[in-house]
Structures are given as C-alpha cells and as structure tokens.
Design a protein around this ligand. Sequence first.
Ligand code: ATP
Ligand code: F1X
Length: 310
Amino acid sequence: MIVTVTLNPAIDISYRVNNFKINKGHRVENGNKTAGGKGLNVSRVLKQLGEHPHCLGFLGGSNGKWIKRQLEIEGLEGSFTQIKEETRTCLAFIDEENSTQTELMEKCPTVSEEEKEEFLETYQQQFKKATLIIASGSLPSWLDSSFYKDMSKLAKEQNIPFILDTSGEPLKLGIEGNPFLIKPNQEELTQFAGKELKTMEDMVEVAIRICNQGVQNVLLSLGEGGAILVRKDVILKANIPSIPVVNPVGSGDSMIAGMAYSINNNLVLEECLRMACACGMANAMEEKTGFVQSQMIKQLLKEINITSID
Ligand SMILES: Nc1ncnc2c1ncn2[C@@H]1O[C@H](COP(=O)(O)OP(=O)(O)OP(=O)(O)O)[C@@H](O)[C@H]1O
Ligand SMILES: O=P(O)(O)OC[C@@]1(O)O[C@H](CO)[C@@H](O)[C@@H]1O
C-alpha cells in the first residue's frame, strides 16, 4: 500500500482569467474547487492509475471537513489528524492568453505539540502495511524544518522507500534523512544550490552531489523541458513533445504519482521516468488539478523519448 502524507493540505480553487492584470477587477466563471495540497493531488492521481493509497495529514475547521467529505466522494481513504486551526485555501489564476499561472497560497495553520505527536503515532502505525511513503508540500508553521528528515529516517529504519517533494529548508534538511527519491523543479534545485544553474550540466552536477549525500534518486522536473533522473550509476533524460496546456498546477504531483505507481509495480527505471512524465503532461492538459486520463497517458507514453547521459 502506498501511503501519502500532506502535512499542509488546501482547498485549491483555480480560475480562468484571460489577460489577468494587477490592480484590476476580473469577472470570472465559477472556480474549479478541489481537495488539494500536493500529497492529496498525488493520491488522486494514484487512484486514477488503479492504486489504493492511504492519505495522512492534518485537517481542521470547515475547510478540513470539506476536504474529508470530498475525499470520501472520490473513494480515497485516509487517517487524518484533526487540528484546532482552519485548513488553508490556495487560489490559482490561469491566464491562457498570456500563458501565465499566478498562485496565492495561504500560510499554514498552527499545529500543537499534541497534534504533532498524534500524527507521528498514526504515521508509524502505517509501517506494517506501507510499501512506499510519499511526503509532499510545505510544512505547517511550528513544525520543525527537520520534520521530513525525521520522517524519512523512521521510514528508512523500516526499509520503506520514502519519496520527498518539498522545497527550501525542509528539503535541505530532508536530504539528510536519505530519502529514496526527491523531486525538485529547477527553481527548487537552484534554491538548494544557492547559485544560478544555467545549463543542464550545472543541474546534473548538483543532483549528483545530492546522490553522493545519500539520496538514491533525484528526479529533476523541468516543466515543458521534460525531466532528468539522476542516480549514482545512471543519468536519464526524458525528452517530451509539446502539448496543448490547459492547467499545469499539480503536474509535479501527478509526476510523483506516475513514478510511485511505476516503482510499486516494479517497472524498469526508463519506464518509471516515461510514466512519470506522461502523468505530469496528462495533468497539464486537463482543467482539474491532479487529474489524468488513462487514454491520454497511453498516447503520451509512445511520444516520450528517454536517452542516457554519460
Ligand atoms: N507546459 C508543459 N508542457 C509539457 N509538459 C509539462 C508542462 N508542465 C508540466 N509538464 C510535465 O509535468 C512534469 C512536472 O512539471 P513541473 O516541472 O512544472 O513540476 P512542478 O514545478 O513541481 O509543478 P507543480 O508545482 O505545478 O505541481 C514535467 O516534467 C513534464 O513532464
Ligand atoms: O504550499 P505547498 O504545500 O508547497 O503547495 C501547495 C500547492 O500550491 O501545491 C499544489 C500543486 O502542486 C496545490 O494543490 C497547492 O495549492
């Protein structure tokens, strides 16, 4: 069973706003509302791929209730830790005409010491059944930046592969927990490196450094530029065709779902990368966040070219 962790879920509302302008009012169609936060997007796509993930995380207030109900409707199971504060809302404005995507992400609710302990207990209860653990997204305030590092170490002690998709300090420290895989995008890798990464060689060099620190796989996602998978023994590059993009929010999460699905089903590395890219792309072609269609994935798999880099 794949376990997903969303420490900071969100109600995601995306609006289509052509010619989005600062300091101007916009009349829009009703927003598209989903139970979001990175780990819940991953879970939704895993379900669409035929997996039955178990979702963990913190939920609170009426937003938390709405998310819980929505997950039930979608047939997703979970063991959430109830918190006193309200789960956040995140807004995305998709401007197709200018190909821009503007996001407003509310800050995290506070989590008390007892709520944190309760979560850690629930987390460790999953170890009996978990074949793979995925932790995605930002951390709620008051949780130590080393929280993912500690979670990764706990999973490693049980020989359960741990996938981490986060940024900033939690990523930096998370790497010290030796996760099985991390998935930075270019911006996150640059932030980690603390310097501009101009070429693919620059990015690969940083990814190799991370592997030497004890991370088994670095999956570097490059949006329309495809992706690079770096391991100690091999570097693979996924070259992808151009696609009609509708809403790319959640493409990174869909990519993680594709990768986790492939690992859980013992696909060879090249196919894991192909599937990861196909899922990211399929999501970008849909209106909904964290949504893929299997027919589209089948088609895209044929169009992705994987090459090895020396
Ligand atoms: N515009 C695009 N065209 C083609 N493929 C895309 C596009 N955007 C995303 N993808 C696919 O999805 C994958 C992940 O996208 P991206 O690198 O944007 O992740 P991300 O920055 O983590 O995304 P997000 O934070 O929105 O979930 C890419 O490697 C690619 O396969
Ligand atoms: O604040 P975080 O946790 O880093 O990211 C949250 C978020 O922007 O990421 C997802 C898209 O990847 C959205 O569902 C959500 O709103």
